[in-house]
Design a protein around this ligand. Structure first.
Ligand SMILES: C[S@@+](CC[C@H](N)C(=O)[O-])C[C@H]1O[C@@H](n2cnc3c(N)ncnc32)[C@H](O)[C@@H]1O
Length: 215
């Protein structure tokens, strides 16, 4: 089999990559999908007045948030996922919805400028070793005064692979380098299966001149 260059790489659970996620989508193993917008995110969106805001939803999966935003009149929405099978579904779903850009790509390589980034079970999907990079990249993608809002897990998980858990103390250390932590607190309106294990975050990008340690 000298000339057989086929690759039967077993996806690394601790470092989930494009192949890992594509395989999950392909096998329809999408147990994370709650089927609607998280109540905490819905509540934030409902009070977000500026319909011109440029909004990014990375690791968006079925992107229920984008549908919700679109129905409210937001027209500057970008949904991004690394798994081609997920993106196929999204392309079909948003084909008649002008104002929703569907991109197949890696968040860490994505280029653009946004006012708001929505976090829903994407941070917990990336390897913990990439968390500092996530915060740095999010800050790079946001305009001045830009924000990340959303929900994150406030618990650990026994199982190998995603979701990767964490705690407020750990997240504070990661995000405070790039963001003012306006909210990082227990989420009071989580869906039942996630009650008591989620936090709501509202993080405002630190203006360049305010970055800690800069002269
Ligand atoms: C746990 S799922 C969450 C999906 C959706 N946010 C939800 O809550 O239903 C994580 C998603 O992130 C995508 N993903 C993982 N790594 C990514 C990356 N580096 N860039 C973009 N998308 C990524 C996966 O394909 C998957 O759809």
């Amino acid at each position: 089999m000298e000339n057989d260059f086929s690759c039967n790489k077993v996806p690394d659970q601790n470092n989930p990559d494009k192949e890992f996620w594509e395989s999950r989508w392909d096998k329809k193993e999408t147990g994370w999908d709650i089927g609607f917008v998280s109540p905490a995110i819905e509540k934030y969106i409902l009070q977000h007045q500026n319909k011109e805001s440029k909004i990014l939803i990375p690791g968006c999966g079925n992107a229920y948030e984008a549908e919700f935003l679109w129905n409210l009149g937001f027209r500057n929405i970008t949904v991004l996922d690394i798994a081609p099978s997920a993106v196929e579904i999204l392309k079909e779903k948003f084909k008649d919805k002008k104002g929703v850009s569907v991109i197949c790509g890696n968040f860490f390589e994505h280029q653009g400028k946004y006012d708001l980034m929505i976090e829903q079970t994407f941070f917990c999907a990336i390897a913990p070793s990439l968390r500092n990079k996530y915060a740095e990249k999010a800050s790079e993608l946001l305009n001045e005064n830009g924000r990340i809002i959303g929900v994150m897990f406030n618990r650990t998980f026994e199982k190998v692979g995603p979701p990767f858990g964490g705690s407020i103390a750990e997240y504070q250390l990661i995000f405070e380098k790039y963001f003012e932590i306006e909210k990082m607190e227990e989420c009071y309106n989580s869906i039942q299966p996630r009650k008591g294990s989620e936090i709501f975050i509202n993080l405002k990008k630190i203006q360049n001149e305010n970055k800690h340690g800069q002269f």
